[in-house]
Design a protein around this ligand. Structure first.
Ligand SMILES: [Zn+2]
Ligand SMILES: [Zn+2]
Length: 148
């Protein structure tokens, strides 16, 4: 199903002239990430990331506001320089994909995919309890079952 056409819109938190972007291909996969890079940079306890083919992702408005911060030399995180919202990132290990922070997307839009696993559970914040959702849990990175 990967690559199926969809139209999901996302934006930063600016009330005027927000950065806007869109996803036009169903994500390759979606996962929950508990790594300290994803969580600490956005002040969250977990990240929900959609892995989208670059050809199915486009910044449509106010690209000029986007800044980059590398949480490690291989992880390039794009955020809005005005409101600070972390929107998406590029990881060198996945050159064909962009990883989009799902909560930046319109909740009413259908992404056509849901998280299929938890990754980097060894980095979980001690105040967080992973729910009994039946999904696989991985101490570090693990690819999607679809790729196995
Ligand atoms: Zn903004
Ligand atoms: Zn992460």
């Amino acid at each position: 199903m990967s690559g199926t056409g969809i139209h999901v819109r996302g934006h930063c938190r600016c009330s005027t002239d927000p950065v806007r972007f869109e996803i036009t291909k169903q994500p390759y996969e979606v996962h929950y990430c508990l790594c300290t890079d994803c969580t600490d940079i956005s002040g969250g306890a977990l990240a929900i990331l959609a892995v989208v083919e670059k050809s199915g992702f486009k910044v449509t408005e106010h690209e000029e506001k986007i800044k980059n911060f590398d949480t490690k030399p291989t992880a390039h995180r794009r955020f809005c320089g005005t409101c600070g919202c972390h929107m998406f990132l590029y990881v060198d290990a996945f050159p064909d994909f962009v990883l989009v922070h799902v909560p930046t997307l319109e909740r009413a839009d259908n992404l056509g995919a849901a998280p299929d696993r938890w990754v980097f559970t060894r980095s979980k914040h001690p105040m967080v309890t992973i729910p009994n959702d039946g999904l696989p849990r991985h101490e570090g990175w693990a690819g999607t079952a679809k790729a196995a």
